[in-house]
Design a binder for this molecule. Sequence first.
Ligand code: UD1
Ligand code: CA
Length: 471
Amino acid sequence: MQLSVVILAAGQGKRMNSDSAKVLQPLAGRPLLQHVIDTARGLLPTTIYVVYGHGGAQVQAALAHEHIEWILQADQLGTGHAVMQAMCVIPDDHTVLVLYGDVPLIRTPSLAKLIAAADAGALSLLSMCPDDATGYGRIVRDAAGHVIAIVEQKDAGPEQLQIREANSGLLAAPAARLREWLLGLGRNNSQREYYLTDVVAGAVQAGIRVDAVQTAHAAEVMGVNDKVQLAQVEALYRRERAEELMLAGATLADPTRIDIRGDVEVGRDVFIDINAVFTGPVRLGRGVKIGPNCIISNSQIGAGTEVFANSIIDHASVAENCRIGPFARVRPDTVLQHDVHIGNFVEVKASEIGAYAKANHLSYVGDARVGSGVNVGAGSITCNYDGKNKWPTVIEDDVFIGSGSMLVAPVRIGAGATIGAGSTITQNAPGGELTLTRAKEVTIAGWERPGKFSDEDKAAAIDAALTRPKP
Ligand code: UD1
Ligand code: CA
């Protein structure tokens, strides 16, 4: 059976107190709605419809990269009305699955059950038994246990309010039947809305089976209405991802203090210390160690590499057995070959660093090709920017760059060359030789350190100094 997914996302989300639409609020760095769309995609539907209303332009812009059909619901007259807007374009022989844009943790297995029941002609609902069902519609069953209605909290009598089984809102049904039941909806209820839940009565009347599939995980049907619930959903998401990593063999110093935003793949025996943030996709090879407070995005890190505390790695490829940090910043388009050391307060950008090369302290290496076995001394940098253009630096194999050197790009340092400490290199340095620039060292005999100035003397001295003509 072909599948049409309808995602309801027209609600305003007043309780967010936010300028951005509710379904654009971020979960793990991506809009709530994005999570729902991703899950829907996994079901291989023919079409995904998103019913939008409030903040429509904003929502469409944020999801412009998605291939979805946008359905405008100009007035929010209720969930039934919202689904009806999409029914105009859904073929009769499809199965329709209704999801909510603000229920982001829903999982594929539950949805597969709903779809299977609907494929067989039933109306199927996803229900749950939360500790506190306040606010939810209640599933009403007859003596034989058949679902006969859903009654909203605001319309329920005292007895119905005792019912523990609640409606998640998510459902599936054959398109032709759903359309018929929706056409039969009225607004004769406390909210003057077209309730999607009233299709149950339609199905019962028509003698169609109504299945309520109970989810074991209350979390997956949790809706997000305010920032408190947003944080709760974030915590649940975080825990799920952390558990996945642990089951894949990673050791986490504290599973409650790791943030996984996007796909992270780990080899065996990876260790991740506290407060690591991963933005996917990230691949960590066997035995990789990640120190506390590291941020790693869109990167792969080879087996045996150790990343020390407070380091940032973004869009980079790091090979095996490297040592990075503490306090290192590896920026986009960097490739580190195996056994490279990038030490504290070292920034590397758009550079390829050869095997066994080291830049251990306080360096900037940008737009450079660094050969194998190179040593970049403390405080040495590539001066890659002339104020308008970025220029490359080539440092060939086995070069030794003395501390505090400025390599003014474009420039090439030949294989095996040594650059004397404190040099400013503006021309290519030949391989195998020592090249250096160095100001002459002088000693001023009898010079004394200044004493403490009075405020008046200091003001006069400043005045004199700043108005003194150039010599
Ligand atoms: C709905 C269900 C309730 C269920 C609960 C689960 C109905 C009548 N009630 O109630 O049984 O327990 O969800 O959370 O369906 N929306 C639109 N257009 C509208 C109205 C809503 O797109 O005109 C969207 C909202 O953006 C939201 C979803 O539909 O994503 C649910 O709407 P909401 O108002 O939160 O439903 P509830 O009243 O909580
Ligand atoms: Ca409502």
